[in-house]
Design a protein. Sequence first.
Length: 321
Amino acid sequence: MRSSCVLSALLLASPLAAPAGDWTQFRDPTEGAFTIDVPNGWQVVGGLKRRSVNQPHPLLGVVSPDGLTKIVLGDPSAIAYSELTDSMQGLGFREGQSYTPHGEPELINSYHTGEQWSQTLATRELQQDGCSNVQVTSHRALPKPPGGLASPPGVEHRDSIGETYLSCVRNGILYVGYAFSETSGDYYYQGSQVIAGAWGDDTSVVLLTPQGMGGFAMAIANHMLQSMRWDGAWWQRQFHAAVAQADALYAQATHTIAQQGQSWDQTVRGVESYVNPATGKKWEVPMTGANNFAQDGAGHIIGLTGSQAPPGFTLMKKATP
């Protein structure tokens, strides 16, 4: 279990901090496998979704009292995905088909990187929530966490992380979405040919919130991820491993959500912060493809393709995060 955005040029409200102390602890109602903090008054659904003895998947969704903000932790499909190999194709198997090797339920779905999967999960979630005009505004791969054991000969361990930003319209309201995913799996080779492979994702996070409330939603998700704890007795029974291993699997997601929460508002609005060195004042400028920006004494800011400011203008510098 593994634990260019152009939306609007309008000024939006500053991100809010997560409400301190306004939380209640949610305990997995199915097996008592984990606990997690959830905001008081929010609708909470989910728990451990078990596909088989070897496939327990954590899944949780929270919705704000006004129904405007939604956070989903985990893959709602919650199943292992199997690679469509040449031999399987020869037997008539196809992408999207159910598959049960050795009694384990799987869905044939060839490997998606974390970047690809974050886009798939978020797009699906937003469409199911009645969003129209769903658009991916940016996506990128993220650095993998260091370490890990070397794979034995003939086995390839795939592990990748990515994130996606989206926009949509829901009930006449402009919305922004964000998704984080880490996908991992093992692939077995015979020579250069893959003869078997399966992968999954249990650390995905999808956010949907009105434009301008991204920082608030990020802060909520970050607190929830940091508060998640696996039950030691359950973990030992299930995996015969230390609980610390499970917590470590969520560290990358928590770290990424925390980082993105700091810059969410600017990212979804498609702006960056620049400083006029002559005045020391910070300004927001649109990410329009300009290489540099310059400002005159009246406060007018212009975009430049080069690094030379025209007469009467001061070349600005990108603000330090």
